[in-house]
Structure formats: C-alpha cells, structure tokens
Design a protein around this ligand. Structure first.
Ligand code: ASP
Length: 424
C-alpha cells in the first residue's frame, strides 16, 4: 500500500513541528511519499518563508535592499536544522540569496520548499527527491503526466522519500511554481503518478471543518465529502485545500484524507467519489471577507449582451477571479475575489467604454455561503441573520440549488457566519 502524505507550512514551521510529523510518518509504514511546504508561520504575526522569498524577489527586481528578509530566512532554517541535529551546508544552501537578480523568481521562491524538504529528509531518515526532477510541465504549463511518470520511475529507487511541494520544471529545467498553496497540488499529482492508495493531506485543523474554527470555535469536522463538495468548499472560501489539488486525484479515483497534525487520533475527513448518504443537508458554511463589487449601468439603448461581453472581456484581460455575476435589464453586477488588486484598473477601463452610463465600485461587502442548503435551510439562515440585525445586501443561489450565498457588510461578516452556522 502506498500513501502520499502532504504536510503544510503551518505543520512545519519550526523544529517541534518536524518532530511531530516524524511521529506521524513513523506510525504508518505505508506513508511512503512525504511532500512538504516551506516553513510557515509559528504564530499569527509571524512571516511565511514563501512570503519572505517573494519580498526578496520584489526587492531584487527594484534594486532595493533585502538584508532583513535574507537574515530572517537564513536564521529560521539554520535554527530549525540545528534544533533537529541536521547539518546544513550554509554556503551552498543559501547561495541563491547572493544571486537573486540573476535567477528566476520561481527558482528563488521554490528554495523555501527545497530547504524544508532537505531538512525533513535527513531528519526523517528518508531519501530526498527534487520535485524539479520528477514533476514535469509541458510548454503550456500543464503537468505532463506521461513524462513525469517516466522520470519518477527513473529517479526513484526506494521509499520512503521526501519531496518538496509547490514546484516542478519545464523540459528545459526552468522552475515553475503552482499557484499559492500548491504543495497540495504536488501531493495530488504524485498520488496520481504512483497510483497511490490514499492521498493524506495533513493540516493544522482536525479535518475539513463545517465552518472556519477561528470564527466558529465549536465547528465540527465534516466526516465525508465528495470531490465536488470539497471543490465547492475550497472555491467558496474554506482555506482547507488548494482547489487545483482535487482534479488529479479525482481523475485517478484516489481518496483524500484530510487530517490534523495536532489530532492524529481523529479520522479527519474522507473525500471520495461518493458522499455517505447519512450526510444530507448543509455540509459547510464558508465565506469571503472584503469582496470587490463592480456594478455597471448601461445606456438604455445598448444591448445587454454587448454590455456583458464588454465586461467579461475586460475581466478576462485582467485575470480577475469572478465569484458571482448578476445581469439585470440595465445593470450588470460582478462580485470578484477578495482584495482583487486589479479591480481599480478594471473599473477605469470599464468607465472608458461607450456602452456604460455609470460604473460603481465598492469593496466593503463579504460573502457568506451555505453549501448543501435546501429551501428550509435558506429560510432559517435568513431568519437568523435578521434576528442578529445583519443587513443582507445581495442574495445568490446556484442553479443546482447546492450553494446559497448572501452578501453582508464586512463589519457584519463574523456575526453573519456564526448566525448562519447556528441556523442549520
Ligand atoms: N509555500 C507555498 C505557499 O505558501 C506553497 C504551499 O505552502 O503549499 O503558498
């Protein structure tokens, strides 16, 4: 039996995290492929190594000094390695920090996972396999499974092994990163490559939670989900697993087990093609704080289709992630992902289009979504929001009836989420 086990940065933020993960790996000999992230935050005001590395690239590009970030990155890895009794070759391992402006940003950022995996492999007593040698992208930036499978069988001679998450390489060896949180994708890709029996995704909460435990402390673990339900939860704001990590395992029919490093005795959440029939009704309450709302009003003689096509072209051009689109007779409203930095450029461009009479923008709303909500749940949620004096600014239901979303003021976000959770 082969299990791929992925551990995120919050589980590997310091030496004690590595110690805990080592125990987890040791307790099951089937955990043969271990995927790790760069060191994450040790506490809420701490920095993630990936963010520090991104800052380093940004400074190098702008010709500004990044000594502070450089020192912090080095000291965190050196301290972690030293506490674990692992030797780092400091001059070689950190040489990339001397040459940042001559290296690609993807390469520099990938060093976070690379160094974590080096330390983890030695400390866990596993072999180290570089993701650049086995996760291969084609020229369009998609994972090339045929080539990756071949490379994997050539490079890997035995288990257990540790491999850095979040990156792979193009055929010319150039490093390419997955989107943020992409260690989850590496785990899923490897599970598919080796036809694993299970993909374990270890995180800092006991499983996929019915609501964000930071806002709803008594939120329960969801025991079973289908792939589609997990994808909907992830895309509606549950920060549990990177959305792109679901498809590779779904295609291969491999189950995912989301589990907590602090609660290894809990079974966590099992995600497979079938959700257990006992699990009916609302299975998750998620949300997004501070979404961008763009409302356009077209001239009355302009065609609605023209207005919609113009908006979509501009959003597509700027790569904006759309949450909800509502097209009325004269107005089209688009709700885009939180802190969508491109929103202002989009609004400027829309304002210059002749089809629109007015373009309005705000970013002080939040979305609260109930997944699996039936008509009764919808009315209970609306009643609960009214009872808590939360003003509902907008309501949206997906055509399948699977997703019910309300937009509320940012200041009401947490209250609304708790009220919705309590109502179902
Ligand atoms: N270290 C990367 C990030 O912070 C990837 C990951 O953690 O999965 O996004």
């Amino acid at each position: 039996m082969v299990k791929v086990a992925k551990f995120g940065g919050s589980s590997l933020s310091c030496a004690s995290g590595f110690e805990n993960v080592k125990e987890i790996i040791r307790s099951d000999a089937d955990r043969k492929i271990i995927v790790v992230s760069a060191l994450g935050k040790r506490h809420s005001s701490d920095a993630k190594i990936t963010d520090l590395l991104i800052n380093v690239c940004f400074c190098a590009k702008n010709g500004t000094n990044y000594k502070k970030e450089e020192d912090e990155i080095k000291s965190r890895y050196i301290e972690t390695a030293r506490s674990l009794g692992v030797r780092l070759n400091e001059s070689a391992d950190f040489s990339f920090l001397k040459d940042v402006s001559r290296l690609s940003c993807a390469y520099v950022v990938s060093r976070g996972e690379y160094l974590s995996a080096k330390i983890a492999a030695e400390y866990f007593g596993c072999s180290f396999v570089d993701a650049a040698d086995v996760v291969r992208f084609d020229s369009n930036g998609n994972v090339d499974y045929t080539v990756s499978e071949k490379l994997f069988s050539q490079k890997v001679s035995g288990y257990p092994l540790v491999i850095p998450g979040f990156y792979g390489a193009f055929p010319n060896g150039e490093i390419k990163l997955f989107a943020r949180g992409g260690g989850d994708v590496t785990g899923a890709v490897l599970a598919r490559l080796v036809k694993a029996d299970l993909y374990e995704n270890w995180t800092d909460v006991p499983g996929v939670m019915k609501a964000d435990p930071k806002i709803v402390p008594d939120a329960e673990v969801i025991p079973y989900l289908s792939y589609e339900q997990l994808r909907l939860l992830s895309s509606s704001g549950a920060g549990v697993m990177q959305e792109d990590a679901i498809l590779p395992v779904k295609k291969a029919g491999i189950s995912i087990n989301v589990r907590g490093v602090k609660t290894p005795f809990c079974a966590g959440t099992v995600v497979s093609s079938q959700r257990k029939s006992a699990e009916k009704g609302v299975y998750g309450i998620t949300g997004k704080r501070g979404v961008s709302v763009i409302r356009t009003v077209k001239h009355s003689d302009a065609r609605r289709e023209t207005a919609l096509a113009d908006i979509m072209r501009v959003l597509e051009k700027h790569g904006v992630r759309i949450e909800i689109v509502r097209a009325g007779e004269d107005a089209v409203t688009v709700i885009a992902a939180p802190s969508e930095r491109r929103a202002e450029a989009v609004v400027d461009e829309l304002r210059r289009l002749p089809v629109f009479f007015g373009v309005f923008y705000r970013d002080d709303l939040s979305l609260v979504t109930a997944l699996g909500a039936g008509a009764k749940d919808v009315s209970s949620i609306l009643n609960a929001l009214e009872e808590k004096n939360v003003s509902v600014r907008f309501i949206d239901t997906s055509p399948s009836g699977e997703r019910f979303t309300v937009a509320v003021d940012v200041s009401d976000y947490e209250r609304a989420l708790r009220a919705a959770y309590g109502a179902v």
